[in-house]
Design a protein around this ligand. Sequence first.
Ligand SMILES: [Zn+2]
Length: 94
Amino acid sequence: MIGDQLRVPIMWCEMGSCISWHADPAALGEADTRARAIEAGWRVDALGRLACPRCQQTDPGFWASRPVVPWDRYTAIARTAHATAWGAAAMPAA
Ligand SMILES: [Zn+2]
């Protein structure tokens, strides 16, 4: 498919000048990529910014006021699609 690789969404770390990013070629779309980033250890802070694992540790701007990732509709849809498409096979090894 023409341009197929170009459609792989990338989630950028939104903390300050950080240039970390997360991409998953198997993601179904932008929301799914975000969900996969969160599964990989990324977190959304109290201001709704996506932060890479390193910024969660080092960036004083990361507002970790909510220990649990906000379960908004956007994320829920992505997670549902993810679970439907991949099922138990996609569960990360503990
Ligand atoms: Zn970062």
